[in-house]
Write a protein that binds this ligand. Structure first.
Ligand SMILES: *[C@@H]1O[C@H](CO)[C@@H](O)[C@H](O)[C@H]1NC(C)=O
Ligand SMILES: *[C@@H]1O[C@H](CO)[C@@H](O)[C@H](O)[C@H]1NC(C)=O
Ligand SMILES: *[C@@H]1O[C@H](CO)[C@@H](O)[C@H](O)[C@H]1NC(C)=O
Ligand SMILES: *[C@@H]1O[C@H](CO)[C@@H](O)[C@H](O)[C@H]1NC(C)=O
Length: 423
């Protein structure tokens, strides 16, 4: 405002720097922002680093650190040029404005004037039309308002303007989509398919943007939840339920998948396949994905055991697999671990006749030996038994993969001499 009085030239110009953007913040917030900017400046490949330094300088100024502010503005200019691979351009307008303001404030009127002249006279920076700003300014202002969590609708508007004026700046377009998403969320509005489609396209254009990818995924988690919302419609499609529970496990959590599966089973206690699905959810949580979660509560194991026992009766033709599954649960139980080994011993004594079944049994017993009994020697023996059966199967493939990791000479020799499955 002081400057504006002295030279009407600057009135227009000064709409284009932090000091005229109405960014007032309380002192505690300014201090918090400082930490945020420190963290932000250490992010690798940060495409907004120049803007970060511009804002940082402004905040230092607000905190009374004028020399530090000057240092940050200079860093901003360097960074912006480096990111653009050029020495001058419209991306510096905001920076020049900040420096002009600061120098003026320090009583360095000549320097101040010099920065103002750069904006007006530099051929690289043509004057924008009356009612439009440079896209660079829209983008920087949008980024700044977003960083300060100011008016999200303005952020959307500015990013949209910037992106449409300069379509090759992928990150402006991405930011436009992200800001639209956040504005929708802030206003508690449902995302329409149009915005979701925009997110999908933006993700394709800008695959390295982790934030966007995570938001997109989160959105799907919300959709999965919504799909699961009406439990009464869920039942009675085996593959629908199966797919939904898989989505839950992938995008939400294995624990919530169990809760959902139990809820549906409670409403439809007579539907057989639901029991199988619920049992699978437990098995997934207790056995297969146990590394990603805290150890399962014993109560969870105690619920899973009778469920798996019931499956033996419900599916008499799948007994072998179901018994093995039951054994994997017992192995994780605190009070009946031995039952696992008992089941395996019983199954091994009455060896199955079908080669594929044999492979399954040996392969899963090998896994049991390795992970539950810490007996890698016998585990290898069983993997070798699997591989020796010349029958194509996922179990054989898995066993061979395990064996190949083993650098033992005898095993290498064994693998070389393996008979290939005929079919
Ligand atoms: C506008 O700024 C330029 C460059 O600093 C200066 O030469 C010119 O006299 C100014 N015009 C007005 C009307 O102040
Ligand atoms: C973002 O990019 C897409 C694809 O290039 C384009 O259709 C869309 O109009 C762009 N958005 C804006 C705001 O320019
Ligand atoms: C759930 O689905 C049932 C059966 O289609 C329907 O009658 C019921 O209105 C739905 N409930 C909700 C809350 O959507
Ligand atoms: C597993 O067995 C190896 C010897 O084969 C032993 O050194 C190791 O301490 C055992 N680990 C556990 C957890 O029992």
């Amino acid at each position: 405002r002081q400057i504006a009085n002295k030279n009407s030239n600057k009135t227009v110009f000064l709409n284009k720097c932090h000091f005229t953007w109405d960014l007032d913040c309380s002192k505690p917030k300014l201090l918090r922002l400082t930490h945020k900017m420190e963290d932000f400046s250490t992010e690798k490949g940060n495409r907004w680093l120049g803007h970060n330094y511009n804002l940082w300088g402004f905040i230092q100024y607000k905190l009374g650190l004028k020399e530090e502010a000057k240092g940050s503005f200079q860093k901003a200019a360097k960074t912006l040029n480096k990111l653009r691979n050029a020495d001058e351009g419209a991306w510096l307008v905001v920076n020049y404005g900040n420096l002009a303001w600061l120098h003026h404030d320090l009583g360095e009127l000549e320097e101040s004037q010099a920065y103002l002249s750069k904006v007006h006279l530099h051929p690289e920076i043509p004057s924008p039309s009356q009612d439009k700003l440079h896209p660079e300014i829209y983008a920087e202002k949008a980024w700044t308002l977003m960083f300060l969590k100011k008016d999200m609708n303005l952020v959307v508007d500015y990013f949209e303007k910037a992106a449409s004026m300069q379509p090759d700046m992928v990150e402006w377009n991405t930011s436009y989509v992200i800001a639209s998403f956040n504005a929708h969320k802030n206003n508690n509005m449902r995302l329409d398919t149009d915005l979701l489609e925009k997110m999908r396209q933006a993700k394709e254009r800008d695959p390295e943007n982790l934030y966007l990818a995570a938001l997109y995924l989160e959105q799907h988690a919300a959709e999965v939840r919504e799909l699961a919302g009406n439990v009464s419609t869920l039942c009675c499609s085996n593959s629908g339920m199966w797919t939904l529970l898989n989505l839950y496990r992938k995008y939400i959590s294995a624990d919530e998948a169990i809760v959902l599966a139990e809820k549906v089973l409670k409403e439809h206690p007579d539907v057989r396949f639901l029991k199988r699905l619920v049992a699978f959810c437990y098995r997934w949580r207790i056995v297969y994905k146990s590394r990603n979660y805290p150890d399962p509560e014993q109560s969870m194991v105690d619920r899973a055991i009778p469920l798996h026992e019931e499956l033996l009766k419900l599916y008499p033709d799948d007994t072998l697999e179901n018994e093995i599954d039951l054994a994997t649960i017992y192995a994780k139980s605190h009070h009946s671990k031995d039952k696992a080994e008992q089941i395996y011993q019983k199954l091994l004594t009455n060896e199955p006749a079908v080669p594929k079944d044999k492979q399954m049994l040996y392969n899963r017993y090998a896994t049991h030996l390795y992970f539950n009994l810490n007996d890698s020697h016998r585990s290898i023996e069983y993997h070798m038994k699997v591989a020796a059966i010349p029958e194509k199967s996922s179990f054989r493939k898995n066993s061979i993969r395990v064996l190949k990791k083993n650098k033992d000479r005898g095993i290498e020799e064994f693998l070389r001499n393996l008979q290939e499955p005929t079919q």
